[in-house]
Design a protein around this ligand. Structure first.
Ligand code: DLZ
Length: 156
């Protein structure tokens, strides 16, 4: 008897990746997009296998992600948004809606959706998460690649 260990890598086979990026706080979400694209390309994903859609705000991310899953041939999606408490009177509602929406899609669909949504107290905290110490968009991209790879192995 021996244990079987299964682990994904960040280099899935023939993966097509969707990215949905929110325009609200776009100076930060666009940096997350850059980080995500850099991570994808660094792991061998070619531009022809990447599709990027933009939506108005984080609240719209779940519907845009679902629409992309329904209409485009993608193996996984990276959802990118930034919700800032200081500038968002209904911060909790937007955070709850996007978190619940993306979670539901992840569970219902058979395809991974990475949660690249920053929820911070202020702009400074958000900028720190797309700076030199690391880019949360890039981290979300690595998560979706690993999950696609894991699914390829589990479903094989
Ligand atoms: C309205 C709003 C506010 C106040 N703050 C943010 C935010 O910090 N981050 C974000 O992604 N979106 C915000 N929005 C927009 C909502 O997500 C949504 O686009 C609008 O309520 C329209 O449905």
């Amino acid at each position: 008897m021996s244990i079987t260990y299964i682990e994904g890598s960040t280099k899935p086979k023939d993966a097509k990746i969707g990215i949905v990026v929110s325009r609200w706080n776009s100076s930060i979400t666009e940096r997350m997009l850059e980080g995500a694209l850099k991570a994808l390309k660094g792991n061998g994903i070619i531009e022809e296998d990447i599709i990027v859609a933009r939506c108005p705000g984080s609240f719209e991310l779940p519907l845009a992600v679902q629409s992309m899953l329904d209409s485009k041939s993608v193996d996984g999606i990276i959802a990118l948004g930034v919700v800032i408490r200081g500038g968002t009177p209904h911060f909790e509602y937007v955070c709850d809606a996007v978190t619940r929406g993306i979670t539901d899609i992840n569970i219902r669909s058979k395809k991974p959706v990475a949660f690249g949504v920053l929820t911070t107290d202020d702009v400074k905290q958000a900028l720190e998460r797309v700076g030199e110490k690391g880019n949360k968009g890039g981290e979300a991209a690595l998560a979706v690649l690993e999950m696609i790879s894991l699914q390829q192995k589990l479903n094989h």
